[in-house]
Design a protein around this ligand. Structure first.
Ligand code: CUA
Length: 159
């Protein structure tokens, strides 16, 4: 069967593209498969009131200088509000939901996570700029979803 030269070139070009795209999928899967969440921590969303950690949401400091912010999202607010953390120090957020899926996005920073009932969302971030940052819920969670806004207060200076 005779195939025109140009047609043959385009067939090879299209085949090469398919190989490149498949390769991209394989490379991405291999590299991203180890990205967070690399561990899964569950919590009973109906028993948060008696949970040792999530029954008392708040910001605590550990002896080694670490800061932990335990947060509960519920329709249609975040607890605590505001969340007050120091500037320039790593803050580990531990967040869960007592009802439906919420979002936790600290506007103007790259803190942006999904909060899923039954699971603990954890990430660590350092806020260098003191100030007040709105926290937006960016997962539709009900009629007042658009009203679900919290505040992160980043305190500057050291005592
Ligand atoms: Cu919570 Cu939308």
């Amino acid at each position: 069967m005779h195939v025109e030269l140009y047609e043959r070139i385009w067939m090879w070009a299209a085949s090469a593209l398919i190989v490149v795209f498949l390769g991209a999928i394989v490379v991405t899967a291999a590299l991203q498969a180890t990205m967070p969440p690399s561990h899964i921590e569950t919590v009973d969303p109906l028993a948060l009131d008696s949970h040792p950690e999530f029954s008392q949401p708040g910001v605590t400091e550990t002896a080694d200088g670490g800061v932990t912010a335990v947060v509960v999202a519920a329709t249609f607010f975040f607890t605590p509000d505001p969340i007050e953390v120091p500037a320039g120090r790593p803050v580990t957020f531990r967040i869960t939901s007592s009802d439906v899926i919420h979002g936790f996005q600290v506007v103007g920073t790259n803190a942006n996570a999904m909060v899923i009932p039954g699971y603990v969302t954890q990430f660590t971030l350092t806020f260098d700029e003191p100030g007040e940052y709105p926290i937006a819920c960016n997962e539709y969670c009900g009629v007042a979803h658009h009203m679900m806004v919290g505040t992160l207060v980043v305190r500057g200076g050291r005592p």
